[in-house]
Design a protein around this ligand. Structure first.
Ligand code: NDP
Length: 347
């Protein structure tokens, strides 16, 4: 019934990741870029010309709520700094628009609850921007883990980190109030490497095991750049315990590069590196089998898979909705509590 029909998406917050999403939307089958919401007038002009966006589909943060009257926008994709996800999700839902929200869903579980409730109350669907849920290598490790293809997974090691500054330049002053440094502030980011990058390690551990962690321990790591990391962590390691007895040992960093996943199971192992970035991913199993999956456009695939379901008037599966996002936010905050107190925190 929806053959040839595309959902009209408005991107909200035109930063780096919104540009990648816009590229994905150029090749999408079930959705297209129809509108933008931006606080920067010069971007409105550039995007309008680059993507042929109609004037009536361009909003700023003040007049955004009037999108309720715009029948040509079906869905708002929120790609702002983390702590603003709640505000824009709530406003979009109240305007009757479906929402996709980037990771992390929000910075507190209370914000996530309000987002879920507002979407339910307004009969719109809320999807998480988890790009790896549709990626073939990730579907494979989920299968290997959950179907115990190499036996029960006992231990996972996974990490995601990037170097975000020049190590020879650690004394360079930083303006934490600058708009493009929001990741370095508690107020906008909610935390550092863990909430922004570590969320993928939590995700992959959860879906490979098919279990929810019951307790966490954590350690903040070295701060090599005290100017940049005055409010949020540069490095963190943490451990998650699962009901089966499996343990995941994870790390994330804004100081060094790491991008890997390893699962030790009773009859062997499977691993990937690169594993949780944009790829391309390289994976193998202890029995010699190499992963051999096509490289996909992660953004396009994610948006198409979500929009296909919405176009068919079906309910999105729980593992890609706000019900999934809030789980990760609860785990992240438990990890921060464990790192701050030095004690094991139960979930
Ligand atoms: P950017 O800083 O590049 O862009 C954020 C945009 O949000 C800004 O350009 C701005 O757009 C808008 N914005 C609104 N209010 C503010 C404010 N007070 N301060 C700063 N910016 C503001 O960040 P990213 O695009 O890298 O990240 C955005 C979101 O996407 C984050 O939640 C991040 O976690 C997520 N992300 C997800 C990735 C993934 O792989 N799924 C990868 C990278 C990021 P404008 O000028 O139009 O108002």
């Amino acid at each position: 019934p929806y053959k040839g029909k595309k959902l009209n998406i408005a991107l909200c917050g035109l930063g780096n990741y919104a540009s990648l999403l816009a590229e994905g939307l150029q090749v999408s089958e079930y959705c297209q870029l129809a509108g933008i919401v931006t606080g920067t007038p010069s971007k409105a002009e550039t995007w309008k010309n680059k993507y042929n966006i109609q004037e009536k589909n361009i909003y700023n943060y003040e007049n955004f709520d009037s999108i309720v009257k715009n029948k040509d926008i079906d869905l708002v994709y929120v790609v702002t700094p983390n702590s603003l996800h709640k505000e824009f999700t709530v406003r979009a839902a109240k305007a009757g628009k479906h929402v996709i929200v980037e990771k992390p869903m929000a910075i507190t579980a209370e914000d996530c609850e309000e987002m879920i409730k507002t979407c339910n109350d307004n009969n719109v669907q809320l999807a998480m921007g988890y790009r790896l849920h549709y990626e073939p290598n990730h579907l494979e490790i989920k299968r290997l883990g959950q179907q115990k293809v190499l036996g029960q997974v006992r231990y996972i090691e996974t990490g995601l980190g990037y170097s975000t500054y020049d190590i020879h330049d650690v004394n360079k002053p930083v303006d934490l109030n600058a708009r493009n440094e929001w990741r370095l502030t508690k107020k906008f980011a909610g935390g550092g490497a863990l909430i922004n990058l570590g969320v993928y390690c939590i995700q992959v551990s959860r879906y490979v095991l098919g279990e929810e962690p019951i307790a966490v321990t954590a350690q903040f790591g070295t701060i090599n750049n005290k100017n940049r990391f005055a409010q949020v962590e540069e490095n963190i390691t943490w451990q998650m315990e699962f009901p089966s007895g499996a343990v995941a040992n994870c790390s994330s960093s804004y100081g060094f590069g790491i991008d890997r996943f390893h699962a030790a199971a009773d009859e062997g192992f499977f691993e990937m590196s690169p594993a949780v970035s944009y790829g391309p991913f390289v994976g193998k199993r202890s029995d010699g089998k190499l992963f051999n999956f096509p490289v996909i456009n992660q953004q396009q695939t994610q948006m198409d898979e979500i929009c296909k379901v919405i176009l068919a008037n079906q309910k999105l599966p729980n593992h890609i909705t706000g019900e999934e996002g809030i789980k990760d936010v609860r785990i992240i905050n438990a990890i921060y509590k464990a790192a701050e107190t030095g004690k094991k925190v139960s979930l």
